[in-house]
Design a binder for this molecule. Structure first.
Ligand SMILES: [Zn+2]
Ligand SMILES: [Zn+2]
Length: 288
């Protein structure tokens, strides 16, 4: 378990400053959107803090969740953290996205939320006070309770009172989201090739073609005939259904412009949302 904690706690890497990307995206919101963002983030922070406190108070959920974390693989732990961080990022990209939002299959159920919150807390404690976790896992219950009581009460008291009390931890969390991609080896410049989510594909519209001589489906190179039902991607490029469905089973990008559809791959989805932040703020030259 310490491996994933170390990976999550790693220091800043060489690339562009992710805080600038996040802040530019936040400043692009209008007043109402910013207020809605702060309200939704504040509400989620409170919900997660209540959930974590009840987990730490429970004499059954805590040991079961810790046992669960000790038995799952490193990859599974990385997925838990990634899904938690993805949910953080979607609060912001919700205001910037024009395509269907992230698949509900990536959302955490209550058991996974227990595991993700405990794992996140272990990461935080490891980073702030590494010696605190030197005892056996059986002793961590008291250590974690003490840590939360000492460090969270003051923070909680400020939540909802001012935007900065929410904004600062939110920006920190979204930056961790970007660094986590690097830590697990998914932050390369190349966008990973992942399938589009089924939920995103089934809601793609059918577009009846009027007169459009000379336009072709770039997958099969055949000219699009008038009166034919075509699949329209959110970027407005059109393809034969029989051509684009197999394509989207392998890649979530438009064959013409590389517009990305949502994916059920959590790391691919975080990459996609980061791409939205960068593009939205006229930072197309910055690659993630
Ligand atoms: Zn075609
Ligand atoms: Zn396109």
């Amino acid at each position: 378990m310490i491996n994933i904690i170390d990976a999550f706690s790693m220091d800043e890497k060489k690339e562009k400053d992710p805080s600038e990307i996040i802040m530019a995206a936040i400043y692009s919101l209008n007043t109402h959107q910013f207020s809605d963002l702060m309200n939704s983030v504040s509400s989620e922070f409170r919900r997660h803090d209540h959930h974590l406190c009840s987990l730490l108070r429970s004499s059954t959920r805590f040991p079961l969740t810790l046992l669960h974390l000790q038995t799952i693989s490193l990859h599974h732990k990385a997925l838990l953290i990634a899904r938690y961080l993805l949910s953080t990022l979607t609060h912001l990209t919700h205001f910037l996205e024009t395509s269907p939002s992230s698949s509900s299959s990536l959302k955490l159920n209550l058991r996974d939320l227990d595991a993700a919150l405990l794992l996140m807390l272990l990461c935080e404690v490891h980073q702030q006070a590494p010696q605190a976790l030197q005892g056996s896992p059986a002793e961590w219950h008291i250590v974690l309770n003490d840590y939360v009581v000492r460090s969270r009460l003051l923070t909680l008291a400020g939540l909802g009172v001012s935007s900065s009390a929410v904004l600062t931890p939110y920006v920190d969390l979204t930056i961790k989201c970007r660094r986590f991609l690097d830590a697990v080896g998914c932050g390369d410049e190349m966008v990973r090739e992942v399938a589009a989510s089924v939920a995103a594909v089934v809601v793609l519209p059918s577009v009846e073609i009027g007169g459009c001589g000379g336009v072709e489906c770039v997958i099969c190179r055949e000219e699009i005939r008038e009166g034919r039902e075509m699949c329209g991607l959110p970027c407005e490029h059109l393809f034969h259904w029989m051509c684009v469905v197999p394509w989207l089973k392998k890649r979530n990008t438009c064959p013409c412009c590389r517009f990305q559809l949502p994916t059920d791959d959590v790391f691919g989805e975080i990459q996609r949302l980061w791409g939205i932040l960068i593009t939205k703020n006229g930072m197309n030259s910055v690659k993630i």
